[in-house]
Ligand binder design. Structure first.
Ligand code: ATP
Ligand code: MG
Length: 354
């Protein structure tokens, strides 16, 4: 199509509501891109089963709550497509095919998988589906043939795997030369573009524990929907380990990551950093109060928007239904192209939602 805009795909796993890490790591960028790009936002609900197989109700509820969070943060469903992974069958079909292109050891070498196994305490007892989700994510992305994927830093290894799958598919099934530049793959007949990870300025916001990345599953998050008082309470808990306001402070700590990420006045940021690092009678409590104030300034309009969508699930489900139809229209095309390239015998089919 002549007037096609560049496409992006990104999304979230329904393992809880969205938090400030999502805002700085991905959603803020999505809100900007929805005006210039064709945007597809996936709720990876099948992947949520990797860690929540006992909580199907929770996964269902979080899908709906995340859409509310999206709307609160400014994602506009008339511009962007919000859809459920489980309602887009082409993704599962591509996952099967892509799994054949990746050596098992290569999947298991993924540092994000290793970190998750450790941090989430999965031990030796994770399901077969757990490592499979990394392959699934390559299908989530490539089904949309996007040019870019706006994500936090932790997703970069997944994107690297995705890029490898795209290259390998194009080489094996589409005759693209193994020395071809990534940007030339489609021009040379490849089905899949080799998509870029687009990591924002804050690729990894720390949690209030001051140790791990802010994460829905780790109990260290400030949520978009938290009331103002809760935000203040959580900010007070940000761990720095500093003892007194006259002790020279380390401005690479979690608290100062919040200062840099959320206080807009750059002169004030510089002043705080200077005084903190010199131990110039600037207590953590004072810095935390300023951070909490800025956060509530950011979150208040989001809370107000969110309040409009509270209560009735029907409008949220309507957004998802429309999104799934639009996602299927595109991914069925991708799947047909991929099956063709892989020489599978295919018969035309149409998905007909009622
Ligand atoms: P889980 O604990 O279930 O893994 P999560 O909080 O890591 O949840 P995801 O759904 O895995 O959230 O991630 C969705 C998107 O948000 C990804 O692009 C991810 O990189 C980004 N993201 C998540 N947490 C952060 C963070 N703390 N800083 C920056 N980006 C983040
Ligand atoms: Mg995660």
């Amino acid at each position: 199509m002549a007037n096609e805009r560049p496409r992006i795909l990104t999304g979230d796993t329904p393992t809880g509501s969205l938090h400030l890490g999502h805002w700085v790591g991905s959603v803020k960028r999505r809100v900007q891109l929805q005006d210039s790009h064709d945007c597809y936002f996936i709720l990876a609900n099948m992947h949520a089963f990797t860690t929540r197989v006992q909580q199907p109700e929770g996964i269902r509820r979080d899908c709906i709550e995340i859409v509310r969070d999206y709307l609160a943060m400014g994602i506009d469903p008339r511009k962007a497509v919000i859809f459920l992974q489980s309602e887009v069958p082409a993704i599962a079909e591509l996952c099967f095919l892509f799994a054949m292109l990746l050596p098992f050891n290569r999947v298991m070498r993924n540092p994000t998988l290793k970190d998750e196994i450790k941090i989430k305490g999965l031990g030796e007892n994770y399901s077969f589906g757990f490592p499979l989700y990394a392959v699934g994510q390559t299908a989530d992305i490539l089904a949309f043939r996007p040019v870019g994927v706006p994500v936090g830093e932790d997703q970069v290894p997944h994107l690297e795997l995705t890029r490898e799958v795209a290259r390998r598919f194009n080489q094996v099934f589409c005759g693209v030369d193994e020395h071809a530049e990534d940007d030339d793959h489609v021009k040379l007949g490849g089905v899949f573009p080799v998509p870029r990870a687009e990591v924002g300025k804050v690729g990894r916001l720390m949690g209030i524990d001051g140790v791990n990345k802010m994460s829905k599953s780790l109990g260290n998050a400030i949520f978009i929907a938290d009331p103002a008082k809760e935000v203040e309470k959580k900010v007070k808990k940000i761990f720095t380990g500093r003892q007194s306001p006259t002790e020279p402070g380390d401005t690479s700590n979690a608290l100062f990551q919040y200062v840099e990420a959320f206080i807009e006045d750059q002169a004030r940021v510089a002043e705080l950093k200077d005084r903190y690092s010199r131990g110039d009678n600037l207590g953590d409590g004072h810095v935390k109060a300023e951070v909490a104030q800025e956060l509530n300034r950011l979150l208040e309009p989001m809370r107000q928007r969110r309040a409009q969508y509270e209560g009735d699930d029907a409008p949220i489900l309507a957004i998802l239904k429309d999104g799934c139809e639009r996602a299927n229209a595109l991914t069925e095309q991708t799947l047909a192209m991929a099956k063709d390239a892989a020489k599978l015998i295919t018969f035309p089919r149409t998905l007909r939602p009622r």
